[in-house]
Ligand binder design. Structure first.
Ligand code: NDP
Ligand code: OAA
Length: 276
């Protein structure tokens, strides 16, 4: 299908992979106008399912196969399931383009993409996403961070189907009180909860890495939001951060995630940039 994108010369061409909870909100924001950026293409699994949404945009983008986005765009936004990450990011970074990655847990098993990007002048941008304070963690990591600890509590619907729960045969459907499901490194958490704790991996990449960043994951029938609490101990500062995310139509995904990506996109051509 051919879109009617009205790209102005010099504008950054943006493509979006995946039009789910996050992707549709980013597409809408781009269509409504972000200075210097044009939505030129999207990739979806089933074009018929998304026909109304795409057709309703003021400037409908082209629909392309997922691995062709990197050929047409300067910046590809990955917001599909993490198993598609390589197909989206590799074609972009090997052409020296930028990729925004939200399925950041999937980056750990594909870390050679960072080398590929470096070798070809590409970039991989990880937004703060559903988290908070990666600016402070980045700053502290210029000095020495001694420890990063995180506790995640989610309603049962935000955790259902996670491989860790399925493989260990844990019944979370009938919980009456909070249950600690997991305690360990961000790397191990990403394996057990690939669609639930991208935040822990983003935190780890901003700070002391996925093996030293510690996380607990709780299924908590007493909360209605995805709650993350973080404690950082560094030689420059000690800080505690917390965020209580309102789930989106995808209960695993906080509403703020798409907004974080939109904020990152706005910074690409902004004159005044606030926050690191
Ligand atoms: N970094 C962070 O802080 C956060 C990251 N995430 C991660 O972001 C990612 C997206 O989340 P979310 O938007 O909620 O997920 P959704 O499930 O709502 O959307 C994913 C979309 O990807 C589409 N898709 C699946 N396979 C393909 C394919 N082969 N080609 C093109 N599109 C495809 C799906 O299509 P269809 O509609 O047909 O199923 C769906 O529309 C997830 O990996 C999630 O874990 C989520 C929250 C926070
Ligand atoms: O990190 C994730 O995958 C999602 C998450 O915790 C949130 O939206 O609060």
């Amino acid at each position: 299908m051919t879109g009617t994108t009205s790209a102005k010369p010099g504008e950054l061409q943006v493509a979006i992979a995946g039009l789910g909870s996050i992707g549709t909100k980013i597409a809408t924001a781009l269509d409504q106008g972000i200075d210097g950026l044009t939505l030129s293409a999207v990739a979806v699994r089933d074009p018929a399912k998304h026909q109304d949404f795409i057709g309703g945009l003021r400037h409908p983008p082209k629909i392309l196969p997922i691995d062709q986005l990197g050929e047409v765009a300067d910046l590809v936004v990955e917001c599909a399931p993490s198993h598609q990450l390589r197909a989206i990011v590799e074609p972009a970074v090997k052409r020296g383009k930028a990729a925004v990655v939200v399925s950041v847990g999937g980056l750990l098993d594909n870390f050679d993409l960072v080398d590929l990007a470096r070798a070809n002048g590409g970039r991989i941008l990880v937004p703060t996403g559903a988290l908070i304070g990666l600016d402070a963690v980045n700053a502290a990591s210029i000095g020495t961070i001694h420890s990063v600890r995180m506790v995640t509590r989610k309603p049962v619907d935000g955790l259902k189907g996670a491989p860790f729960i399925v493989q260990n045969n844990i019944d979370i459907d009938n919980l009456r009180e909070p249950l600690k499901l997991f305690e360990g490194s961000a790397r191990e958490a990403a394996k057990g909860f690939p669609a639930n704790v991208n935040v822990a991996v983003a935190l780890s990449l901003a700070g002391i890495g996925p093996d030293r960043t510690q996380i607990q994951v709780w299924a908590d029938p007493t909360v209605t939001r995805n709650v993350h609490r973080i404690e950082v101990e560094a030689d420059s500062a000690r800080f505690s951060m917390g965020i209580e995310n309102i789930p989106s139509e995808n209960p695993k995904t906080g509403l703020i995630t798409a907004l974080s990506v939109i904020a990152l996109l706005k910074k690409q051509r902004a004159t005044l940039c606030v926050g690191t």
